[in-house]
Design a protein around this ligand. Structure first.
Ligand code: S3P
Length: 450
């Protein structure tokens, strides 16, 4: 369970290295890990999961479903969830603390909505600043009541065992909102439909189908409608979680920008809704190959081989943003090592992540001598092919800002320091060890500062 006691920040410095080489596996995908636990808790029987991401965000979700009556256990490398059936969870005795995890709290709000129970939800300082209205608005239409709080944590909510099905067009491109509505729709009498303009990650609908729910997807003049039939049954399943492409992104980026590198990351999820980053790297001139492509537990998986490359600036279209939303900070770092301007469009959602990632990325680049600016929802990076580095980056309790700038320091002239590396444990506790295994150098003491 996440703790409320916050120890002191832990700065970390990345130093330039000659080359990065080797084959590695990244831990399980964060989005699929959350969903495996949550959907497992709603199924009848015991769901078995291998490759589950063992990071703070996922442990918070495991704690939440356990508190609601679905035991989670680990034996050897396998996790099991004893499901309680659709609508079968019970009221937790104490508030549920979701730590730093927006996905955990938003998906669980969808689940709680379908149960006649009162639940208090809390989170850390970063999560308590993030907007919840995006999920509460549709869930209230379905029957969720907010007893305490408004748009942000802490919140006390009351669900209902007689939810009303809705048709809802997403005002923001968000898989978390889509998923919360579909999970609530599973508990409603009738059909619930979510309409999205841009395809966001589709793991919830895939996994619900895999567990036996009736879910159909239809195209409506450029938009997608996802419809779930409520009051069905889910049957426990066995799930193998593929490697997380958002974690692999840091290794891939490092291999591209450190000259002489050749790195293969095995068993990574490469479904179209998650691989916009890799497509963009190729457009920049990156030598990025998907090898041995295969299907595992209903998802597309490949080994990703990346070799150091000369890179150029590109324009990244807004429609691609949902398929690489978590990768923009590290893409901006890669762009700084390219030659020319990279323009990344449609990044409004980046402002409401674990930090305002648009502002944090621009500030981090500027602190290391890179010309960058945010023009409305567009991030512009002017790459010159090299980065001076030497700066200290404010991470604002954001794991991806920390990892992106540590990646930068592996190829910049001077070391790069991040003010706090603790939050990396929320999504990728093995980051440092895996990077070091392929040749990266980090140190606790700061390098030369500017
Ligand atoms: C996630 C969806 C994305 C992403 C987050 C994980 C998910 O958020 O940023 O890290 O698992 O559904 P939004 O759906 O809000 O864009």
């Amino acid at each position: 369970m996440p703790s409320d006691v916050t120890p002191a920040p832990r700065p970390l410095t990345a130093h330039a290295v000659e080359s990065l080489r080797g084959r590695v596996q990244v831990p399980g995908d964060k989005s699929i890990s959350h969903r495996a636990l949550i959907i497992g808790a709603l199924a009848s029987g015991i769901t078995r999961i291998t490759g589950l991401l063992e990071a703070e965000d996922i442990l918070a979700t495991a704690g939440a479903i356990e508190a609601a009556g679905a035991p989670v256990e680990k034996a050897d490398a396998e996790w099991t969830v004893t499901g309680r059936g659709v609508g079968g969870l019970c009221a937790p005795e104490a508030p549920i603390n979701f730590g730093n995890s927006g996905t955990g709290v938003r998906l669980m709000l969808g689940v709680i909505a379908g149960h006649d129970m009162r639940v208090r939800l809390t989170g850390d300082a970063s999560l308590s600043r993030r907007p919840m209205a995006r999920v509460l608005t549709p869930l209230k239409q379905m029957g969720l009541e907010i007893e305490e709080g408004e748009d942000m944590l802490p919140l006390t909510v009351r669900g209902s065992s007689s939810l009303i099905p809705i048709v809802y067009e997403l005002p923001v491109p968000s898989a978390q909102v889509k998923s919360a509505i579909l999970l609530a729709g599973l508990h409603a009498a009738g059909e619930t439909t979510v309409i999205e303009k841009e395809a966001s990650r589709d793991h919830t609908e895939r996994m619900l189908r895999y567990f036996g729910a009736e879910v159909r997807t239809t195209e409506l003049d450029g938009r997608t409608a996802i419809t779930i039939k409520g009051d069905g049954e889910l049957q426990a399943q066995t799930i193998k979680v593929p490697g997380d492409p958002s974690s692999a992104a840091f290794l891939a980026a490092a291999a591209l920008i450190v000259s002489g590198s050749d790195v293969t990351i095995e068993g990574v999820l490469v479904s179209p809704t998650r691989s916009g980053f890799y497509q963009t790297l190729r457009e920049m001139g990156g030598d990025v190959e998907f090898l041995n492509e295969r299907d595992e537990s209903g998802e597309r998986v490949a080994d990703i081989r990346v070799r150091a490359s000369k890179l150029k600036g590109v324009a990244v279209p807004a429609e691609r943003a949902p398929s690489m939303i978590d990768e923009y900070p590290v893409l901006a770092v890669v762009a700084a090592f390219g030659v020319g301007e990279t323009r990344m469009h449609g990044l409004a959602e980046l402002k409401v992540k674990e930090s305002d990632r648009l502002a944090a990325t621009v500030a981090g680049l500027a602190a290391n001598g890179v010309e960058a600016l945010a023009d409305g929802d567009t991030l512009i990076v002017r790459g010159t092919g090299k980065v001076s580095g030497g700066g200290t980056v404010a991470t604002h309790l954001d794991h991806r800002i920390a990892m992106a700038f540590l990646t930068m320091g592996l190829a910049s002239a001077q070391p790069v320091t991040v003010d706090d590396a603790r939050m990396i444990a929320t999504s990728f506790p093995e980051f440092r060890a895996l990077m070091e295994r392929i040749g990266a150098k980090f140190g606790e003491t700061a390098g030369p500062q500017r």
